[in-house]
Design a protein around this ligand. Sequence first.
Ligand code: BGC
Length: 362
Amino acid sequence: MKISRTFAAPSVAALLLAACGPAPSIQPDRVTPYRLANPSGMEVTLLNYGATIQSIKVPDREGKLSDVLLGFDSLDGYKGTHPYIGAIVGRYGNRIAKGRFTLNGVEYKLATNDKTNHLHGGLKGFDKVYWRAREIAPNAIEFTYVSADGEEGYPGTLTAKVTYTLTDSNELRIAYEAASDKDTVVNLTNHAYFNLTGSGDILKHELLLKADRFTPVDAGLIPTGELRPVAGTPFDFTTATPIGARIAAADDQLKLGGGYDHNFVLADTIRPEPVLAAQVYDPSSGRVLEVLTTEPGVQLYTGNFLDGSLKGKGGQAYARNAAFCLETQHFPDSPNQPAFPTVLLKGGSSYRSATIFKFSRR
Ligand code: BGC
């Protein structure tokens, strides 16, 4: 089924439910698209599977709309094998070394799905489950997922909520909330793959990252614990620089990641309100993406493991560097790194995090 067939006609300043969401008491079992649109012409499609962002259509400098997200035309494409494209990642975004951590004196063993490490929530993470969808405002959809105690090895029943809001100023706001009945760890993010041109590679996109340090990794892409200054390295994006300018430089960290696949340090702790973390400008289309977040870190991933074998929207083969990801997050492997900002969620207390993807053009 093509998503477009299920859409109602677009209308301005309105959220369009492309299909009715399931009744709250019934576990959803099919992928359902939800569409948001605003008066400036920005359109966003969300899916209840993985609480995924399926598409973001924004105008270029001439006003032409293009979809700036990698993804699939077919809803079933999302149920196939792919690297978390557009999905919410949880219960823990990024890696946990050897899939193990100790909490309150108990060692928890998680699924190991990235060689010997745990990645993005395990074998069946939050990207591979149905979320309950609810329209909570004309421009906002809330997705809820209840993760059982012990799921993928994590302690505590965790209720996670992700709310997407499209504003009239071309912002897609993502609010994350979670609560657990037992102490656990949590680190939620969205794994959108952006290409502001809409096709080709992102090597000429200019990136500004408000980070003066990053977390170097070992061969398994697990942080060594060091917070290394970016100054004088290919990781310095404190002034806007094309992503491809230094991606092939002779640098041990770039070699380990096959390009950029690193967490950048934005702050020492979570902030109360979203703060500008990154700005990306595509000179060819004039599109600009700003990422604001409350999170202390952001993973810059430049699609290094894409190799052309994955076919996405319009049959496009997604090749290496076809997209960039800016995954707002706590640092990888934080449950095992006491010096990193904590990812502990105490039983009975709540987790909150917010990220904004704001689009404009020059
Ligand atoms: C990771 C990459 C991984 C990609 C897709 C990124 O967040 O840092 O190493 O290949 O997600 O799973």
